[in-house]
Write a protein that binds this ligand. Structure first.
Ligand SMILES: Cc1ncc(COP(=O)(O)O)c(C=O)c1O
Length: 403
């Protein structure tokens, strides 16, 4: 147990700056080695912790935003309009215009944005606007035999297969003062395979060729694995992506934009919780902790919670082993049971359970249910501790309420 953190009030998220730096460099080097001309843009929705957003800005990141609120947050934290990548099917028109006027990146995703582009060009007849288009394509058809999306089409972007993308391209090409500068390929997959990203990069080449697009950027989005030793990492993804892109684009002319979210931060983030009580039942024991599913997986999509245990009194070898201990959370929901320890040393109040690679999304996504946001502590590069967020209380909750 780290002496400094021993007395911190649990639960709290913990971010190791060294580990963050490791993944930033891993990404940067993979992009440098494979492409050279790139923009790293961080997916703000993944984790919008103000400390993190400003830290990433210092590392040279742009902000990838999907709402007016995220845009406003990024601006307040120092991002300029030309350091923004704006995605989403429901954009705010004023933000959309401001970013385009400033030379930031906007990837269109709806028919009303095509109208806006016509109106923008009319309003500013002497300007040239560089605009990107989000591509919707069926992944399974790109990698035959690999059921990447289980035949399910994503709901974002303009559909390639039925010609909607082609129509959007034709319409934009017909607007004087508008240039199709980029394609956006972000596609969420459960599998996050390297092959999928290679196929998506190949799709960018194919579309640019088919529609004679002279692209200034290809945006590959996010959705990579990161921080897991048994999974692919940035060098694998960008080796494959860039070898595909090189078949149709020149790195000197066309920028590669990336929008990593959780892959960039999961190695660095953990959630620290404490055992509060042990409840005996005939089948074993319930270990009541101050963590919760709400902080780890509110959508209840996961069944494993990588973790390690820090025993309160040093070695666990002197403790009796228990056949079944169910580690439970602090909410009053019956299903707030996290995992079962089988034939493991008996846990006691004061033991700490540290969830590894936890909080990437949930640090800011956790619902304000029963308890509010936990604190966030940063272990700085020099080993010192910095509190990036205090635990939320009713001070925050009661704001803007009237009774
Ligand atoms: C457009 C876009 N870019 C980037 C990301 C980040 O994805 P991840 O956190 O999986 O890297 C997302 C997440 O869904 C996204 O929708």
């Amino acid at each position: 147990m780290n002496v400094q953190t021993e007395n911190l009030q649990t639960p709290y998220y913990y971010i190791k700056e060294n580990a963050l730096l490791y993944d930033v460099k891993l990404l940067e080097n993979a992009l440098k080695e494979n492409w050279g001309n790139f923009i790293m843009s961080y997916s703000v929705k993944t984790n919008s912790l103000p400390w993190l957003l400003t830290w990433l800005k210092k590392q040279g990141f742009y902000a990838e935003v999907v709402s007016e609120m995220e845009y406003d947050l990024a601006c307040r934290l120092g991002y300029k309009d030309d350091e923004i990548v704006y995605n989403s099917p429901i954009k705010d028109r004023a933000v959309w215009e401001r970013i385009l006027l400033a030379g930031g990146y906007v990837n269109l995703d709806s028919s009303r944005e095509l109208e806006w582009a016509e109106e923008l060009a009319k309003t500013y007849p002497s300007r040239e606007f560089k605009i990107g288009l989000r591509v919707n394509c069926l992944l399974d058809s790109l990698i035959p035999g690999m059921e990447t999306s289980g035949g399910k089409r994503g709901r974002f972007g303009y559909c390639y297969e039925n010609g909607v993308l082609g129509d959007a391209i034709k319409r934009l090409k017909g607007i004087s003062g508008v240039k199709i500068a980029g394609l956006h390929l972000h596609t969420s997959t459960q599998s996050r395979t390297v092959e999928t990203f290679g196929a998506l990069a190949g799709m960018a080449v194919k579309i640019a060729d088919e529609y004679a697009l002279d692209l200034e950027y290809v945006d590959m989005g996010g959705g990579y694995f990161g921080g897991s030793p048994d999974m692919p990492s940035y060098p694998d993804y960008f080796g494959e992506i860039c070898s595909q892109l090189k078949t149709g684009f020149d790195p000197k002319k066309t920028k590669l934009i990336v929008e990593p979210g959780v892959s960039l931060i999961s190695r660095a983030t953990t959630l620290v919780s404490r055992v509060l009580e042990v409840k005996e039942v005939p089948e074993g024991s319930f270990i009541v902790t101050d963590s919760s599913r709400v902080y780890l997986n509110p959508m209840v999509t996961r069944h494993t919670y990588p973790h390690h245990i820090e025993y309160a009194e040093g070695e666990a070898s002197s403790r009796e082993s228990r056949a079944s201990q169910w580690v439970c959370g602090s909410t009053c929901m019956e299903h707030d049971k996290l995992f079962e320890l089988i034939d493991e040393p008996q846990l006691i109040p004061g033991d700490r359970i540290v969830y590894d690679r936890a909080g990437g999304y949930t640090m800011c996504l956790a619902p304000l249910f029963i308890h509010y946001f936990p604190a966030v502590w940063i272990e700085k590069e020099d080993g010192s501790l910095f509190q990036a967020r205090q635990e939320w209380t009713n001070e925050e909750y009661l704001q803007k309420n009237f009774w």
